[in-house]
Design a protein around this ligand. Structure first.
Ligand SMILES: [Zn+2]
Length: 139
């Protein structure tokens, strides 16, 4: 029996596989410190074209937002310094949008009391929530 799969978000027939969490959050070997490919064995779910391609811009927004965060780990920071930088040079609109909200701030390390200068940006929480909600539904 041939069972057709439907999209994880709607009742349309699936035409592709959607990664959950978004594939763009996982660096390829060239974008990791130790050359390890983190894109192996990623979880996918059946998706229609509309729900797979429609969220790629929001996935990219999430990538930029997470990798820019001061709480990002070394993998996230390296992703920002490699993949996000290349993408921003090719298509600067998203970086310009994010940095348009940039405000200089001083941060103090609560343990060392060192002060560092940084920039705070305001992210579109609804846009990030949308990606995370779709990811949760997919999983
Ligand atoms: Zn769909």
């Amino acid at each position: 029996m041939n069972i057709k799969k439907t999209c994880y978000m709607c009742s349309l027939p699936a035409t592709s596989l959607e990664h959950a969490p978004p594939k763009c959050l996982f660096p390829t070997a060239r974008d990791t410190e130790n050359g390890i490919n983190l894109r192996k064995n990623l979880i996918t779910v059946p998706s229609c074209d509309e729900h797979n391609s429609a969220k790629s811009k929001d996935d990219e927004y999430l990538l930029y937002s997470l990798s820019l965060s001061i709480t990002s780990n070394n993998t996230g920071l390296n992703l920002f310094l490699t993949k996000v930088q290349r993408a921003a040079q090719r298509k600067p609109a998203l970086a310009i949008e994010l940095f348009s909200t940039s405000v200089p701030v001083s941060l103090q390390n609560t343990q060392t009391k060192e002060i560092a200068e940084a920039h705070a940006i305001t992210v579109n929480g609804a846009r990030i929530d949308k990606v995370l909600a779709q990811c949760a539904r997919a999983l």
